[in-house]
Design a protein around this ligand. Structure first.
Ligand SMILES: *Cc1c(COP(=O)(O)O)cnc(C)c1O
Length: 463
């Protein structure tokens, strides 16, 4: 059958509050045209982020009840540990409360003044944690990864030649680790090929450097490998995932993405000495090793979520539904970062509203137009977010230091298992309406903004 259906039935529903255009106009003004300041109940379709916004399964909710809340040695920890071991092959596994907690522990141990950390593209919290340790973060995406129109199948890849050059120029002794983000979130949710991971591994081996994965979307990445990489079609996603992890010495994971939970994270390591340091820091700042700042029930939900995310019918639906939104927008004449990524579509707001100059924040203007027209909440990733230094994006955005040419983007992130095709069709209709009167969309000016992370709290007015 050509139609790829949602591979689940809906057992529990959460009502969406319908609002009128007039009501939304009022909410928009009350929120000073900043969608972070709008109450979630006043949003019809919330595409702000795919982080921690997914729907858990019946089996995950059952796990919540089964959660063992013992301080030490809880059964839930062992179920979490065994699942992660089964999927990744790692023996040293720590739970953390979310991805950035894993990053903070990793870079407190391995980062520091004078060090340099290469990555295909650092995610914002990763960048912030590398810099917080005193180290310098360097992004090394392939050339095609910087070109929004390139349809390269693995636009998330690292430039291996640039990596070799960086190591030679910097000296391997100043590089504590090499990192690969799968999928490359800040590069548009684009995948990294197995061939590229192997090539990076080979460079690391030659220089005696450890390779870590930022593996938030490891399953989505493995699905792209199965679909697009030569010779991978007959392997299971689980096998591909296992090879990805076999190629590295450690990983940080935010379970709020492919872990299919609302809160949680993981830190994986092979080196026992490093693991001991991480363990001590975890106990100091997160919690004891068998819960890491989480409840037993959270570990239970993760153990189940990491299993469900590897189901190929789920991944087929997941990646297809994101592509569906992207391809339809392209047909409509809306320019996006091509090809569609795994978890989000990035709309080129600069191209949509060429009459709005960058200093009048075209991304913010489009985000407001989408909300006003149909109650759709998207995320600006452009001059508001990156117009000042020290921009971060705790909502899981794109950009960051040398992430490519400055673009005025609007990200539509798709929460996992939350919206059906008719919700996405509705979003497309909202876009159609916005397109009709795009010439009348007005630019924005900032009325009030904090020095850092201004996208969360800045107040705007229409120009
Ligand atoms: C979300 C994300 C993180 C940070 O995880 P949190 O759970 O939000 O702290 C790190 N790296 C990537 C690629 C992410 O998408």
């Amino acid at each position: 059958m050509p139609t790829i259906i949602e591979p689940f039935r809906i057992k529990s529903v959460e009502p969406i509050t319908m609002t009128t255009r007039q009501e939304r106009e009022g909410y928009l003004r009350a929120a000073h045209f900043n969608l972070f300041l709008i109450r979630a109940r006043d949003v019809l379709i919330d595409l702000l982020t795919d982080s921690g916004t997914g729907a858990m399964s019946a089996a995950q909710w059952a796990g919540i009840m089964r959660g063992d809340e013992s301080y030490a040695g809880a059964d839930s920890f062992y179920r979490f540990h065994d699942r992660l071991h089964e999927i990744t092959g790692f023996d040293h596994i720590l739970p953390t409360h979310q991805g950035r907690a894993s990053e903070r522990i990793l870079f407190e141990i391995m980062g520091g003044e004078g060090k340099v950390v290469p990555n295909n593209t650092h995610f914002d919290t990763t960048l912030a944690n590398v810099e917080h340790s005193g180290a310098r973060a360097v992004n090394l995406p392939i050339e095609e990864g910087r070109d929004p129109r390139s349809r390269h199948p693995f636009k998330g890849n690292m430039d291996v030649v640039a990596l070799e050059t960086l190591i030679t120029e910097t000296g391997a002794e100043h590089i504590p680790l090499v990192m690969l983000t799968v999928t490359n979130n800040s590069g548009g949710g684009q995948p990294v090929s197995l061939g590229n991971i192997r090539a990076v591994r080979e460079v690391c081996d030659r220089h005696g450097l450890p390779l870590f994965l930022d593996a938030c979307r490891f399953a989505e990445n493995a699905w792209f490998i199965k679909q697009r990489e030569e010779g991978q079609q007959d392997r299971s996603v689980a096998e591909i995932v296992r090879e990805m992890f076999d190629l590295c010495d450690g990983a940080t994971i935010s379970a709020k993405k492919d872990g299919m939970v609302n809160m949680g994270g993981v830190l994986l390591m092979r080196d026992p000495a490093l693991f001991e340091k991480a363990t001590n820091l975890l106990i100091l700042t997160e919690g004891y090793v068998t819960y890491g700042g989480l409840s037993g029930r959270d570990l239970e939900a993760m153990a189940q979520g990491f299993k469900e995310v590897l189901r190929e019918d789920y991944l087929r639906y997941r990646i297809r539904s994101t592509a569906y939104l992207g391809e339809r927008l392209l047909q409509m004449g809306v320019q996006i970062i091509e090809p569609p990524g795994g978890h989000a579509i990035y709309v080129d707001a600069g191209a949509l509203c060429p009459h709005i100059p960058a200093e009048q924040f075209p991304g913010q203007a489009v985000v407001c137009a989408l909300y006003r027209e149909g109650g759709v909440r998207a995320c600006e990733i452009g001059s508001v977010m990156f117009g000042t230094h020290a921009a971060g994006d705790a909502a899981g955005g794109a950009g960051g230091a040398d992430a490519g040419p400055a673009m005025e983007l609007v990200r539509l992130a798709i929460p996992r298992r939350v919206y059906t095709q008719s919700h996405i069709d509705y979003v497309l209709e909202v876009f159609e309406e916005v397109l009709k009167h795009r010439d009348s969309i007005r630019g924005m000016r900032i009325v009030e903004a904090p020095a850092a992370l201004r996208h969360f709290t800045a107040k705007f007015a229409e120009v």
